[in-house]
Design a protein around this ligand. Structure first.
Ligand code: ADP
Ligand code: ASP
Ligand code: MG
Length: 426
């Protein structure tokens, strides 16, 4: 008998039929004698609908009240799934975040989990009942409802797996594992049998939305493996776990290609090149809680002036422009220009550490397709480039094929699951 934490995402509970399907699978695992905690998301599209609904009332919704609205999506699915289990003769009890309780800070819409009181869930499990927990939500010290940021049900599941000391956290979704890139962009992408926390952190932070980055951070910190599995078919999925000792030899160079469509860049042209400029330009941006990603300061044209470029999330582009323009004017810069039609494509792999030449091969593959690179940034296990958004698909496919990611049958097997999930959806 094991204690299992299983999370089902929006598509997997996207209709009553799908919820019945999840219930049938949970009932089978329960019959096998396991103690089960199920975490569910809202039905597919529901959280987007709620965001849009709130915006019809208030253009920039009050964050506390927005969370009250957003948290309702998961309240529906925990109730329905518990009923579907009961109908199958499996005792089940639903828990809102506040009923667990999952305690968070009060950073509404992006709250962090501080503590989980496991008493009520443990008592439920001890009586042979399945605990069905609402993902994505918690409660702050003042008793207000909070949400954990989009995709946050993954983090609820991992945090529960940590708090309950489960052996691994199982994330069921509409793909049957983590792929070398998003299979919706490159159908030849291959499933990874195993990937390190470090690589998954990079992939998630560079845009692979298969797991919320905080979930991976949590799992990595507490060394709890995550397994990403298909909600519809059986299969081994992808294990996300610590780097195996002595495995260096078998590490492929590159594990995947990630991309982020939500980028925008701002360039301050001909700003005086003197100490403190970066601080003056970016200070107001960071004070406004706008996250800055890549930063490039060019070598001075003429020792006195330089161009300064940085990227932000596309949704914050307008605000960032408003903040930078007055400072640039004060500093005597020639002009501020921006572009919100850019994307970032990144190559990730721990094997990169020990191999030179990856960057030049990457740039060569993009050049061959006539894709102009606007910015470059590197770290130990990733290389990112910013390109025009019209090159996203072409760029991802070019890199996927240049690094032969569709091959390597030892570690990767293909699967038809995605196609099937898509057909079911249509
Ligand atoms: P859920 O609703 O179950 O949380 P998400 O939509 O959040 O599911 O995440 C699953 C999706 O992530 C897949 O449908 C896929 O399009 C996308 N994705 C992006 N990058 C990858 C990748 N490298 N491997 C697998 N899926 C990926
Ligand atoms: N329902 C939330 C969202 O759409 C949380 C999640 O699905 O993980 O972001
Ligand atoms: Mg998700």
């Amino acid at each position: 008998m094991a204690l299992l934490v299983k999370k089902y995402g929006g598509t997997s509970v996207g209709s009553v039929e799908r919820i019945e399907g999840v219930a049938a699978r949970i009932a089978a695992a329960h019959r096998d004698g396991h103690q089960i905690v199920v975490v569910v998301s809202a039905m597919a599209g529901e959280t987007n609908r709620l965001v849009a609904l709130a915006r019809t009332v208030q253009e920039r919704p009050d964050p506390r009240e927005l969370d009250v609205v957003l948290a309702t999506g998961e309240q529906v699915t925990i109730g329905l799934l518990s009923m579907a289990l009961a109908k199958r003769g499996v005792a089940a009890r639903s828990f809102l975040g506040a009923q667990v309780p999952i305690r968070t800070d009060d950073a509404y819409t992006k709250a962090r989990i501080l503590e989980i009181d496991t008493g009520a869930i443990r008592a439920t499990l001890a009586s042979g009942t399945v605990a069905v927990v609402a993902g994505f939500q918690g409660i702050d010290a003042g008793g207000s409802v909070t949400t954990l940021g989009r995709g946050g049900s993954d983090t609820t599941a991992v945090a529960l797996a940590v708090a309950l000391d489960a052996g691994e956290c199982q994330i069921y979704t509409d793909v049957d594992g983590v792929y070398t890139t998003d299979p919706r962009v490159e159908p030849r992408a291959a499933r990874l049998g195993r990937i390190t926390f470090e690589e998954m952190l990079e992939l998630a932070s560079l845009g692979a939305k298969v797991l919320q980055i905080r979930a991976v951070e949590f799992a990595s910190k507490y060394r709890v493996p995550i397994r990403v599995l298909s909600a519809f078919d059986d299969g081994p999925g992808t294990l996300i776990a610590p780097e195996e000792a002595h495995a260096e030899m078998e590490q492929p160079l590159i594990s995947g290609v990630a991309f982020n469509r939500d980028e925008a860049k701002i360039t301050v042209l001909e700003v005086p090149d003197r100490p403190g400029i970066a601080h003056r330009l970016l200070g107001p941006v960071s004070e406004a809680n706008i996250e800055v990603d890549m930063i490039v300061q060019n070598v001075s044209h003429d020792r006195e002036k330089t161009d300064f470029t940085f990227t932000v999330h596309r949704a914050e582009y307008g605000r960032a422009m408003e903040l930078v323009e007055p400072v640039a004017r004060q500093l005597g810069a020639r002009q501020v220009i921006g572009d919100d039609r850019i994307v970032k494509i990144s190559l990730v792999g721990v094997g990169m550490r020990s191999h030179a030449g990856i960057a030049s091969k990457m740039f060569g593959a993009l050049a061959e397709e006539g894709i102009n690179i606007q910015m470059i940034s590197t770290s130990e296990i990733k290389i990112s480039v910013v390109v025009d958004e019209k090159y996203l698909e072409l760029g991802v496919r070019a890199l996927h094929s240049a690094f032969e990611l569709e091959r390597d049958p030892g570690r990767r097997e293909r699967s038809g699951t995605l196609e099937k999930a898509r057909e079911d959806q249509n």
